[in-house]
Design a protein around this ligand. Structure first.
Ligand SMILES: [Zn+2]
Length: 327
């Protein structure tokens, strides 16, 4: 079962100092993070030790234990075979890296820890945000991403209640830490992606099946994108008369006129997106002089679609093959 997708929905805040709870917008959270907002109950700002934080929505369907396996969960990855049965994280290490890590025994222990890590799935919004964040923060720019829809085994045991985001922003949490024996799935409050939403830490065995689409979707170039491509194509360097106003040598890395025009167009689009994704989107949609304006506009339009027209993406997933994940 899919839940309605809305990147811009209101969030619940809870103050650790005074216990006040209230509803805010994403825009409010952005201002809060810049110390421009305070708790309406006690006046503390984000700098206080026990500052208010975003918390779960009491109406979230994922709070009901029996509902957890009936919901669709999402994950984004640059791997086209997620979740892999048994990855050897050490396979890609060079001999030099192995030496630097302290030799083969240390590498084997490290690889074991990597294998013991929990998998993460969350809302559609969290998965898409995760992709944008990875492109921005972790230099995954230029990589092909895949969106997975995950169905859980109907008989999974869900850990009662929920945890505070245990992954410390990098997704490094050992499965056994959050799912003790007899527990398949642990809910945790997501602070960073779809803030206030519930994500799950789980092992591969809790997953029944997946469906996968490559994102952004390679839709046909139409409407807005055609117009955008034409505008970028038409962007030209300043004319000779206006260029010869200074004797200073040309800057070596002056962006191309096409790149400057694309930048202006991106800025306008970014303004219309949810506040917490704006900066990541900015990086993800950077103009690349090696692609044509049409290619860039198509990619940009596909990235926007992931946020503003999720129905098209979910329909594409409906049509995707269902892959069983064997125990
Ligand atoms: Zn307070």
């Amino acid at each position: 079962m899919d839940r309605p997708v809305n990147f811009d929905h209101d969030r619940q805040m809870l103050c650790q100092c005074c216990g006040h709870g209230w509803t805010v917008t994403l825009h409010w959270i952005e201002r809060w993070d810049e110390s421009k907002e305070a708790c309406p109950g006690c006046g503390v700002t984000c700098e206080a030790e026990d500052a208010p934080r975003v918390t779960v929505d009491p109406d979230d369907a994922a709070l009901i234990d029996e509902a957890v396996p009936t919901l669709f969960w999402y994950h984004t990855s640059t791997h086209d075979d997620w979740p892999r049965r048994s990855i050897d994280p050490a396979a890609r290490l060079t001999a030099t890296t192995r030496l630097m890590m302290g030799g083969n025994e240390r590498v084997a222990a490290w690889a074991e820890r990597q294998r013991a890590k929990a998998l993460h799935v969350g809302t559609y919004e969290a998965a898409i945000h995760n992709m944008f964040r990875r492109i921005d923060d972790q230099a995954d720019e230029g990589q092909q991403f895949y969106l997975y829809r995950v169905r859980l085994r109907p008989d999974v045991t869900v850990r009662p209640d929920w945890l505070i985001d245990p992954s410390n922003f990098v997704g490094d949490v050992e499965l056994a830490e959050v799912c003790p024996p007899g527990v398949d799935v642990a809910r945790y409050l997501n602070y960073h992606e779809d803030p206030g939403g519930l994500s799950l830490a789980l092992g591969r065995a809790a997953i029944a099946s997946t469906q996968r689409v490559a994102i952004p979707l390679g839709s046909a170039l139409e409407g807005w994108a055609i117009d955008t491509a034409a505008q970028i194509q038409a962007a030209t360097a300043p004319t000779a008369t206006s260029a010869v106003v200074s004797d200073r040598p040309q800057k070596r890395y002056e962006p191309s006129p096409q790149s400057k025009r694309a930048d202006r167009l991106t800025k306008a689009i970014a303004e219309s997106l949810p506040a917490n994704i704006r900066r990541h989107f900015w990086t993800a949609s950077a103009y690349d002089d090696e692609s044509t304006p049409a290619e860039w506009a198509q990619r940009m339009s596909g990235l926007v679609q992931l946020i503003s027209s999720p129905a098209a993406v979910l329909e594409e997933l409906d049509r995707a093959e269902i892959t069983s994940v064997a125990k």
